[in-house]
Write a protein that binds this ligand. Structure first.
Ligand code: PNW
Length: 454
């Protein structure tokens, strides 16, 4: 029938991996249990004034104890895959040295339970919770941190390797580098000078590359390795040839010290020229390690960064949002569904990437419980429907996106915004820990069931 044919146009390919994502410090809680060491987020969240409402991740969603119940939620949704992160300080409480078997055991229990439920685990090795002892020695400013990270990554995959087939080294390099070490709004709360920040950034991408190699050396053949970056989501203001070309140029330049150096093995001339004497010190060997081949690229996609063509030497200019531009409950989350079309398209075209995952996409909402007990997060449903429609557009054109991870399964500790900015499709009552699926959970379950978006 015509109705079916229309619906067919909105379909995702068979085997498309529908998932959801979380991160250790945002959901686990149990910060003093199982031999866990302290991370920079334990320190930072307990510093007065750093997190809204004085919130911390001490308890969070108590996922450390309630993961079985939460896997049941995943099954109810029909989730095919679950992206979680390992807390470095559960595995190495002191960052390096002696491993902690209790920490390993937790992730073995978690991944066993996921597999038993028929859910594929995707594992992120670093979602911002750097061991505090390593920060005390300079954190990512210290070259040794890259080596410590690779050692931890190699050890962890040697333990999880028979269960986990997909690893991401790091989550959002750009966010933790810039928000944590330049703006000081995230842990460790530093405001480094331009030169020091550039050197720190170099150690971060070097740590990524060393971890890629350590994972390959310690995981079974066939293990897939990637990254979960949130590139500046350059999106053409108008979809005409000149602006599309501008967005393509902008994607490489705006992400020069993150995805571009990882994929190309060199810093762009513009980046080095712009920094002048503040440019990082590095060797040719560093660049070779940084660009160690990956099996897939994961991108977190939230807000667009509109780009227009310009006659300047870069060939493009940014078009920042006007004050009236609509955004979701988080003010930074300006709405631009086409970002979910352009990011994977540009990644695949620029670097001939054959396997792409959307490792995060989703939104905050005020999420109040209505008198009838339901949570009508129609704003989140609107957001997801529009973004997924653009993702479907990319997939239908042959852009090789293999899966999508909705951020997030549960309301959780939203970093400096504390618990007020709820990103879950499941409501969590932070006093009782009761979970209640929101309207968006029903929406997402239907997307998964039919593998299409209306
Ligand atoms: C990502 N911004 O963070 C993270 O990977 C998640 O841990 C987080 O909860 C989620 O997105 C929602 O925020 C971001 O200011 C934090 O542009 C801030 C920004 C983007 C992403």
């Amino acid at each position: 029938t015509p109705a079916e044919r229309v619906a067919g146009h909105r379909s995702f390919p068979p085997g498309f991996l529908w998932g959801s994502a979380t991160a250790s410090y945002q959901v686990e809680g149990a910060v003093h249990e199982g031999g866990r060491g302290l991370s920079i987020w334990d320190t930072f969240s307990h510093m007065p004034g750093k997190v809204d409402n004085g919130d911390t991740g001490d308890v969070a969603d108590d996922f450390y104890h309630r993961y079985r119940e939460d896997i049941q939620l995943m099954k109810n949704l029909g989730l095919k895959s679950f992206r979680f992160s390992v807390a470095w300080t559960r595995i190495f409480p002191n960052g390096t040295g002696a491993p902690n078997q209790q920490g390993v055991d937790f992730y073995l229990r978690l991944t066993d339970a996921l597999l038993e439920a028929g859910i594929q685990p995707f594992c992120t090795l670093y979602h911002w919770d750097l061991p505090q002892v390593l920060q005390d020695r300079g954190g990512w400013e210290n070259h040794d941190t890259a080596k410590a990270f690779a050692d931890y990554a190699g050890y962890t995959v040697s333990k999880l390797g028979d269960r986990v087939k997909h690893y991401m080294t790091m989550n959002e390099l750009r966010t933790f580098v810039e928000v944590g070490n330049q703006e000081g709004r995230h842990a460790p709360g530093l405001k480094l000078s331009r030169g020091r920040l550039a050197q720190l950034t170099h150690h971060v991408v070097l740590g990524h590359g060393m971890a890629v190699q350590a994972i390959r050396a310690n995981a079974p053949a066939g293990t897939k390795v990637g990254v979960a970056e949130n590139p500046v989501a350059t999106t053409p203001v108008i979809e005409s040839q000149e602006h599309i070309e501008a967005a393509r140029k902008a994607f490489r330049e705006e992400n020069a010290m993150y995805l571009t150096v990882i994929k190309e093995g060199r810093y762009t001339e513009q980046y080095l020229k712009r920094l002048g004497s503040d440019a990082p010190k590095f060797t040719a060997e560093d660049l070779r390690i940084i660009s160690s081949p990956m099996d897939f690229v994961g991108t977190n996609v939230y807000q667009p960064a509109y780009v227009r063509a310009d006659a300047n030497e870069r060939g493009y200019a940014m078009a920042p949002p006007p004050a009236s531009y609509p955004h979701m409950y988080s003010p930074w989350l300006t709405i631009g569904p086409e970002a979910l079309y352009w990011v994977p398209k540009l990644v695949s075209e620029l670097w001939d990437v054959r396997e792409i995952y959307i490792t995060e996409n989703g939104t905050s909402s005020t999420d109040t419980i209505a008198a009838d007990g339901h949570i009508y997060d129609t704003d989140r449903v609107m957001f997801l429907r529009n973004y997924l429609t653009q993702l479907q557009r990319a997939v239908s054109e042959g852009v090789p996106v293999r899966g999508y991870f909705l951020w997030s399964l549960l309301d959780n500790f939203e970093w400096a915004d504390g618990y007020d900015k709820r990103f879950g499709i499941t409501y969590v009552d932070l006093h009782t820990q009761k979970r209640t699926p929101k309207l968006s959970a029903k929406f997402y379950a239907e997307v998964i069931r039919t593998s299409r978006v209306a």
